[in-house]
Design a protein around this ligand. Sequence first.
Ligand code: RIB
Ligand code: CA
Length: 324
Amino acid sequence: MQRQKVIIDCDPGIDDMLALMLAVQAPELEVVGITVVCGNVPVELGVENTFRCLERCHRLDIPVYQGATTPLTREFISAQDTHGMDGLGETYFPRTSEKTIEVQDAATYLATTFAQPTAISVIALGPLTNIAQALQKNPQLGEHMQRFVSMGGTYKSHGNCSPVAEYNYWCDPDAAAYVFQHLNQTIEMVGLDVTREIVLTPTLIEYCRRMNPEIGQFIQAITRFYVDFHWQQEHILGCVINDPLAVAYFIDPTICTGFESFTAVETTSISMGQTLVDRYDFWQKPANSKILTEVDTYSFFGKFLTVILHAQEELIQTDLKNLM
Ligand code: RIB
Ligand code: CA
């Protein structure tokens, strides 16, 4: 099987960490680079957490590029209230390697990588600041990539940063608006409509511990803070793991279904960061996005748990019948 080449842009972050664990170990993917953006945590911390992930997954071969320290124009507001001050649920795991960032910054790396048509895709798991800056450097960025998947936005589900806005697009609405306006590539938007269905429950966390004690204990440790946040905020028992769904959907697009639409992002006023999905074509503009609205949660967890727990797929699928 030919591995699909992909760059992951992320802001690790607890769910980014789980998404990276999936991406760098999935047999279908070749992660050719990781770019880090300010978001859940300041970008320097996101870089450190990326190194922590690559150390744990024995993938220190993957180059890491540091990106934007602030949004394009807005003041930077992190999500450390949700992910902990260290971005990993205040576990403060030590680093074990001497790995350092690449010399190129993230936007330059992205802009030069897509200077010509490539078979490389991009999965964006954080605010779109790096992507917007790369697009400003190289207007053909989108046309020269294979696919662009973004965890962000929401169609009908309520926001998680305001009544209408999702964090990645709320943190840097100008970047999101710019990318939706100028990328010239279908933005496969894995938004809260589908990610809210992906709840890592206490039962599934305990299952991870039983199936692979070392990895399961790590997952339990980094998600505890996130589970507490979800209970306090929305009385959800477990935690919504948004980013791994974007990776799993990239690997297997049948996991989610949706529709093509023109979408714009609000950049001002109290609805800043809102994705305005013109499903009924009021504005008569060509579709620039695919909005995912339905998800097969069973298929997602089958793929996700098989890869990150290094387990037999058939066993996971059998067990999930009793766990979900
Ligand atoms: O709104 C959820 C998104 O914002 C996720 O990508 C999470 O990691 C944060 O970046
Ligand atoms: Ca993220």
